[in-house]
Design a protein. Structure first.
Lengths: 355, 180
C-alpha cells in the first residue's frame, strides 16, 4: 500500500482539476440551503406579523387570500424558475460526482493497486438487513433507501473484502428525488433543517463504512455486536433493559468486562456467540474500537462478518465542504480506507483454526 | 381491599421469582447438555486419533492406551456428571500431551490424515471452550439469583443451592496450544 504523501503527490494535477469542478457545486448547494431556509423563515415571519398586526379574523383572511392569489397568478413563472434551478443543480451535481469518481478511482489505484473500485456498484437492502445491524419496523432504524457511493473489492491475505460507502435513510425514494427541488424539499422536511447542523443527515439511519468480509468460522445462526449506549447511563440495570429488547435475539453476557462496557451482544445461540467471540477476538474488537474512536457494529452470519462504522460525512466519498488541495480531506479518506482494509489483521480474520 | 392488593402483589412477585429461577436452572441444564454433545463429538474422534498416530508414536504407547481406556469409560452411559467431568479433564490432559509429543515426530506432523484430524480436534476444542463459557455464564446467572434479594428467599423455599462453575484443569492451563 502506497503512503498518503506518495499518493497525493502523484495525483496532484488530478486533485486540482477535481477541486475546480467542486467549487461551483459547493456554491450552488450553499445557495440552495440558504434560499430554502430564507424563504421558509420569511413565510413564518409573515404569518407572525399578520397575527400580531391584524386585529380581527375578518381583516386577516382577505390579506392572506390576496397573497395566495398573487402566488397563483405568478405560478407558471415560479414553476419555470424551479425547473431551471433543478436543472442547474442536476448538471453541477453530475459534473461533481463524475470528477470525484475519476479522482477516487485514480487515488485508490495508486493507494491499493490490488483492489477494484466500482463507483456505481451498490449493495442491496437485503444484505444490509441480513447483517442484522438495523431493524425493520422500527421508526428510528428502519432502512428504506440505501444510497451507495460504490464499492471497493479486493483480497488481503486471501480474505475477500468488499467495502461500501453507505447512506441508509428512513426516507423513501420519493423524498430523495425531491432533494433535487430544493424549495419543495425544505417544505417536505419542514422545520428539521433549521436545527440540523449537517443537512445530509436528515432522515439518515446510518452513514459510513460497511464492510463484508469472509469469517474464519462457519456459523449457523447470527450474532450481532452493537455499541452499548445504555450501560454508561444506567449501570447494572442496562442488562435488564437490554434483555427486554424483544426485536433482537437473546442477550449474551460476555465475560470480558472492558468489551461488555462498550458493546452489547445479541445472538440466536449463547454457545455460538462465544464460539465466535473468543476472549482474543473480544480483546481485538475493543482495541479496534479504541483505534477507530467511532461507534462500531459487527455481525456474524454464515461465513461472513459484517462491520459498519459511522462516518457523519460519508464514506468512499470526499468531504464536500473541504478544499482537496489545502485541507486534510484526502488524508481522512486515506485513513478511512486503511482502517477498512486493516480489519483483516485487526480481527485476525486471516488465521484459521484449521488448515 | 388494601390487604387484598398487597396479597396480589406478593403472589405475582412470587410467581415471577419462581418462574425466573426455574428458567435459569433450565438454561444451566441446557448449557450443560451442549457441553455434553461436544464431549461426545470429541470422544468419537479418539479412535481415529489413536489409529493415525500409533504407527508413528512408538514412545507414546502408554499415553495412547490411557486415552483408549478413558474413552471406554466415557461411553459408559451410567456415569455421574461429576465422574464424567473428571474423565473429560483427564482426557484434556492426555490430548495435550499428545499435541506436545507430536513435535518430536516430523513424519506424523506432515501426514495429511493427521493434519485433518488435528483440524477437527482444534475445531471441537474451540466449540468446547465456547460451551464451557456459556455454561459458566448460565450458572453465574443462576447463582446470582440464588444469592440476591429477593430471589434468594424463593430459592431457599425451592431448596436451590449454588452450583459449581466449570473449572479449567490447572494442568490444562499450563499446556501451550499446538503449533504447526
Amino acid at each position: 500500500m502506497s503512503s498518503y504523501t506518495q499518493t497525493k503527490e502523484a495525483l496532484m494535477p488530478l486533485i486540482r482539476q477535481a477541486e475546480k469542478a467542486r467549487k461551483p457545486y459547493r456554491f450552488i448547494e450553499a445557495l440552495n440551503i440558504f434560499l430554502g431556509r430564507f424563504i421558509f423563515l420569511l413565510g413564518l415571519l409573515l404569518i407572525v406579523l399578520f397575527l400580531v398586526f391584524t386585529d380581527t379574523y375578518d381583516t386577516l383572511m382577505p390579506k392572506l387570500l390576496s397573497i395566495l392569489s398573487l402566488l397563483d397568478s405568478s405560478s407558471p413563472y415560479l414553476l419555470s424558475v424551479l425547473l431551471i434551478h433543478a436543472f442547474i443543480v442536476i448538471i453541477f451535481k453530475s459534473q461533481y460526482h463524475r470528477k470525484e469518481g475519476i479522482l477516487l478511482r485514480a487515488f485508490l489505484e495508486k493507494m491499493i493497486p490490488d483492489f477494484i473500485f466500482n463507483p456505481s456498484k451498490s449493495v442491496d437492502l437485503q444484505t444490509i438487513l441480513n447483517s442484522g445491524h438495523f431493524l425493520l419496523k422500527n421508526k428510528k432504524t428502519n432502512p428504506k433507501t440505501v444510497i451507495s457511493n460504490g464499492n471497493l473489492y479486493g483480497k488481503i491475505d486471501g480474505i475477500g473484502l468488499t467495502i461500501f460507502g453507505l447512506k441508509i435513510t428512513g426516507l423513501s425514494k420519493f423524498h430523495n428525488i425531491l432533494s433535487y427541488i430544493p424549495f419543495l424539499w425544505i417544505l417536505v422536511v419542514m422545520v428539521k433543517p433549521l436545527f440540523t447542523k449537517n443537512i445530509n443527515q436528515i432522515g439518515v439511519v446510518f452513514m459510513g463504512m460497511f464492510v463484508v468480509a469472509k469469517f474464519n468460522k462457519k456459523i449457523k445462526g447470527r450474532t450481532v455486536v452493537l455499541p452499548d449506549t445504555i450501560e454508561k447511563r444506567v449501570g447494572y440495570l442496562a442488562k435488564t433493559l437490554q434483555s427486554l429488547h424483544f426485536k433482537r435475539n437473546q442477550l449474551v453476557n460476555m465475560e470480558d468486562t472492558e468489551f461488555e462496557k462498550q458493546f452489547v451482544v445479541y445472538s440466536t445461540d449463547q454457545t455460538e456467540a462465544r464460539y465466535i467471540l473468543t476472549p482474543s477476538l473480544m480483546k481485538r474488537i475493543s482495541a479496534l474500537q479504541k483505534k477507530i474512536a467511532r461507534p462500531i457494529r459487527l455481525s456474524f452470519k454464515e461465513d461472513n462478518v459484517y462491520m459498519a462504522v459511522e462516518h457523519l460525512n460519508g464514506f468512499l466519498t470526499l468531504s464536500k465542504n473541504k478544499n482537496l488541495v489545502t485541507s486534510n480531506a484526502l488524508e481522512g479518506f486515506y485513513h478511512g480506507i486503511s482502517t477498512a482494509i486493516g480489519i483483516v489483521e485487526d480481527l485476525n480474520l486471516n488465521t484459521k483454526i484449521w488448515h | 381491599m388494601f390487604l387484598i392488593g398487597i396479597g396480589m402483589i406478593i403472589l405475582l412477585m412470587s410467581i415471577f421469582l419462581y418462574n425466573s429461577l426455574i428458567s435459569k436452572k433450565n438454561k444451566a441444564y441446557e448449557a450443560f447438555s451442549s457441553i455434553d454433545v461436544i464431549f461426545k463429538k470429541r470422544t468419537d474422534l479418539i479412535p481415529h486419533l489413536v489409529k493415525v498416530v500409533k504407527g508413528y508414536m512408538e514412545h507414546e504407547r502408554e499415553t495412547l492406551t490411557e486415552i483408549t481406556k478413558i474413552r471406554k469409560q466415557l461411553i459408559n452411559k451410567n456415569l455421574e456428571d461429576d465422574q464424567r467431568i473428571n474423565l473429560e479433564s483427564k482426557l484434556d490432559g492426555m490430548l495435550s500431551k499428545i499435541n506436545i509429543a507430536v513435535e518430536a515426530y516430523p513424519d506424523l506432523k506432515a501426514s495429511e490424515n493427521f493434519l485433518k484430524l488435528q483440524a477437527s480436534l482444534n475445531e471441537v476444542e474451540e466449540q468446547l471452550s465456547a460451551a464451557r463459557r456459556a455454561y459458566n455464564a448460565a450458572i453465574n446467572a443462576f447463582n446470582n439469583s440464588v444469592e440476591m434479594f429477593p430471589s434468594n428467599l424463593m430459592a431457599k423455599i425451592m431448596g436451590y443451592t449454588l452450583k459449581p462453575l466449570f473449572k479449567i484443569n490447572p494442568e490444562e492451563r499450563k499446556v501451550p496450544t499446538i503449533k504447526f
